[in-house]
Design a protein around this ligand. Structure first.
Ligand code: PGA
Length: 249
């Protein structure tokens, strides 16, 4: 399966940061990547970023969207608007949205539907907290999130799942390789139970402190079909180093 390496800039980046996206695009144009490459900058930069990478190997995505297409929702952005600005994907249900915006699974499921309605790939984030892991509940938490956030009538080709243990995000800590393997296998099993053979085609990304130094090891784990990268995706040099570290590159 072709890997997906997706960068999540979060609330970072002014127009000057478009230079990093241009540098990434240029770097990859010289040696075309064996993986799909996506950058999700803040919404203010999507349209310009999409223009900057046009025709190149980098795709642009959003970090969240509203469940509805339009309406009286001050400050919100719809999936259709992201698409119109040039995005082809959107991150949904990130733990920071769940925590700081109290996003519940049912809302996230509606957003996944919205992404599909607009023709965007939905990158659905799931993952346990440190306490839940210590309680031995990581598998159960992720299973519940998947069950509740994936709508029944979803097109498998437009769904990506990102397993992101919350305690690994922005902390420099990562699970041990066998722990990643175990969680990804569990996610794969749930997806195939739900979608049959098609469940095997859904990419499962790992996210949480992926860096140039650990990318090769993490990306070699079975059922790790790519990565969702925060801090290390903002500088083109770091993101390029991660892309080049991917096995088979
Ligand atoms: P990080 O963030 O790579 O900075 O840990 C990952 C994420 O939140 O998607």
């Amino acid at each position: 399966m072709r890997r997906l390496l997706a960068g999540n800039w979060k609330m970072n980046g002014l127009r000057a940061s478009l230079a990093e996206i241009r540098a990434l695009n240029r770097g990859l144009a010289e040696t075309p990547p064996r993986a799909d490459i996506l950058v999700c900058p803040p919404a203010t930069l999507i349209a310009e970023a999409a223009k900057a990478v046009e025709g190149g190997p980098v795709a642009i995505g959003g970090q969240d969207c509203h469940a509805l297409a339009s309406g009286a929702f001050t400050g919100d952005i719809s999936a259709e608007m992201l698409r119109d600005a040039g995005a082809t994907a959107v991150i949904l249900g990130h733990s920071e949205r769940r925590l700081y915006h109290a996003e519940a699974d049912s809302l996230i499921a509606a957003k996944v539907k919205a992404a599909h309605r607009a023709g965007l790939t939905a990158i659905l984030c799931v993952g346990e907290s440190e306490t839940q892991r210590k309680q031995g509940r990581a598998g159960e938490v992720v299973a519940d999130q998947l069950e509740a956030c994936v709508p029944v009538d979803i097109a498998v080709s437009e769904l990506v799942v990102a397993y992101e243990p919350i305690w690994a995000i922005g902390t420099g800590k990562t699970p041990r390789t066998p722990e990643i393997a175990q969680m990804h296998e569990a996610v794969r099993t749930l997806l195939t139970a739900r979608f049959g053979a098609h469940g095997a085609e859904i990419r499962i990304l790992y996210g949480g402190s992926v860096k140039p130094g650990n990318a090769a090891e993490i990306l070699s784990v079975p059922n790790v079909d790519g990565a969702l990268i925060g801090g290390a995706s903002i500088k083109a040099a770091d993101f390029l180093a991660i892309i080049r570290a991917a096995p088979g590159h």
